[in-house]
Design a protein around this ligand. Structure first.
Ligand code: MF3
Ligand code: CO
Length: 252
């Protein structure tokens, strides 16, 4: 983990980040509504781009390390960084949509996982458990707690449900850069890591597998898939730590 200084945000900067994060939240809701059997992930990417431009924001991922799309769309065993394509979604798939924008100099970053049509009970339980693990992580994002209290909240909850936490990808600080220190793992012992302070803004993003935790990267150089082919879910919020508690900037 890189030891680098964490950039604290003022109250005013947090309100600016709220505006960029709300754009992300709104567009994710629009996209969620469009997810149906037959639609392609490239269709979703086009919608995201149009809606972003309409709001005078910039897509955060497009051009980041030469990534060519606005969205990461990860289907079924794809964990993160799935690329939009002409692949049509099918009834029973699960789709994670990860999206960020740059607006007024600040980034917002969020992800959701949604069922396509009717999915199995186990797939729905994976989605709901991943979402609930993020809620628990957010609850731990409080002044005076330590960074790994967030990590532990995810790991403890998810493993008790019989699922596994991806180790290779982590959450991150966010602000004028998409990725700032610190890294925010979704596993770790409680009471460890740096002390959380008001003004820290973190993108917390549990990636949870139904089977084993291992992942591998496809030949496209981006798409991460589960090593065992099991389903994977991902949720993310941009969260400011304030004296009054966690402020979920990407909550609509
Ligand atoms: N939400 C992801 C992250 O925070 C998306 C970045 S991947 C990109 O790391 F390269 F596509 F931008
Ligand atoms: Co992120």
């Amino acid at each position: 983990m890189r030891k680098e200084e964490i950039i604290l945000k003022t109250g005013e900067e947090i309100e600016t980040m709220r505006r960029s994060s709300l754009i992300v939240a709104e567009i994710l809701l629009l996209l969620k509504d469009k997810v149906k059997p037959g639609i392609t992930t490239l269709d979703l990417d086009r919608t995201a781009e149009e809606e972003t431009r309409k709001r005078k924001a910039r897509p955060a991922f497009k051009g980041y390390r030469s990534y060519p799309y606005c969205l990461c769309t990860s289907v079924n065993d794809q964990v993160v960084h799935g690329m939009p394509s002409k692949r049509a979604l099918k009834d029973g798939d699960i789709l994670s949509i990860d999206f960020g924008v740059l607006y007024e100099g600040f980034y917002g970053d969020s992800a959701i996982t949604v069922p396509v049509g009717a999915v199995t009970g186990d797939a729905m339980r994976l989605i709901n458990t991943t979402a609930a693990s993020l809620d628990r992580a957010i609850e731990a994002a409080r002044v005076g707690n330590r960074l790994m209290d967030i990590s532990y909240a995810v790991q403890k909850y998810v493993e008790a449900e019989g699922f596994s936490v991806v180790r290779e990808f982590v959450g991150h600080g966010i602000g004028r850069e998409l990725h700032e220190p610190p890294q925010v793992p979704n596993f770790g012992g409680p009471g460890r890591g740096l002390r959380l302070k008001a003004g820290m803004v973190l993108a917390i993003e549990p990636m949870i597998n139904m089977g084993q935790s291992g992942v591998r990267i496809l030949d496209d150089g981006w798409t991460a898939v589960t090593a065992d082919g099991s389903l994977s879910a991902h949720f993310e919020h941009t969260v400011a730590i304030t004296e009054k508690g966690p402020y979920v900037l990407t909550r609509a």
